[in-house]
Ligand binder design. Structure first.
Ligand code: PGA
Length: 249
């Protein structure tokens, strides 16, 4: 089953609007044929970045959203507002949201439904901590996050679903999963997805995330179930991100 590789950059809490537009323009000019690519700026830069890359193949995404469309939710941003600003992708359930902002599988599920309702592409993040891996709980954790995050949804709702496998111990640490560890987790995730969406599981993309760099991207992306990457630190450097895009081509 051939799946188009999808590389997404998660800019986290970095870059001004001007810096973001410059970086996104440099990336947009380098997206190789046959590779899907996105950058996910902070909320305030989404509109300006989307404008800077309009007409290119580079997608723009949010890093989170609220599940409600409107109302008394001070500080929140809705999926509809992200779409209005030019986003076509939304990251959900990133481990930093889970660890620092109280995100749960239940809130991921509500947000996912809002994102799908607007026709946006969701990137749902899952992954274990080092303590969970060491305790032999990898599969348990991934199964719980997937079944909770995707609860109540089936193949008809999820044709664009992207999962990002991000072992928490590999995020921002410079310590990446080996390609064998990534492949093992991705194959397991696909088997869980098969139980939820049936044969669609063969067409859904599973990104790897956690210290993806130009020098490890090629080997990770060569694994049969690794269909792309969610890139943090290296997405802030145009040369590095473009090298990862090239590795996916
Ligand atoms: P990293 O971040 O590439 O800096 O490890 C990945 C992520 O958090 O999505």
């Amino acid at each position: 089953m051939s799946r188009t590789k999808f590389i997404a950059g998660n800019w986290k809490l970095h870059l001004t609007r001007a810096e973001g537009s410059a970086l996104a323009s440099a990336v947009a000019a380098a997206v190789p044929a046959g590779v899907d690519a996105a950058v996910c700026p902070g909320f305030l830069s989404i509109a300006s970045v989307a404008q800077a890359v309009s007409g290119s193949r580079l997608k723009v995404g949010g890093q989170d959203c609220h599940w409600e469309e409107k109302g008394a939710f001070t500080g929140a941003v809705s999926a509809g507002q992200l779409k209005d600003a030019g986003a076509t992708v939304v990251i959900l359930g990133h481990s930093e949201r889970r660890q620092l902002f109280g995100e749960t599988d239940a809130t991921v599920n509500r947000k996912l439904k809002a994102v799908l309702g607007h026709g946006l592409i969701p990137i749902v993040c899952v992954g274990e901590t080092l303590a969970e891996r060491d305790a032999g709980r990898l599969q348990d954790v991934l199964r719980t996050q997937l079944t909770g995050g995707l609860a109540g949804l089936s193949a008809e709702h999820l044709p664009t679903l992207v999962i990002a496998y991000e072992p928490v111990w590999a995020i921002g640490t410079g310590r990446t999963a080996t390609s064998a560890q990534a492949q093992e987790a991705h194959a397991f995730i696909r088997s869980v997805l098969r139980g939820i969406v049936g044969d669609l599981a063969d067409r859904l993309r599973i990104q790897y995330g956690g210290s993806v760099k130009p020098d490890n991207a090629r080997e990770l992306l060569a694994q049969p179930d690794v269909d792309g990457a969610l890139v943090g630190g290296a997405s802030l450097k145009p040369a590095d991100f473009n090298a990862i895009l090239a590795a996916a081509a």
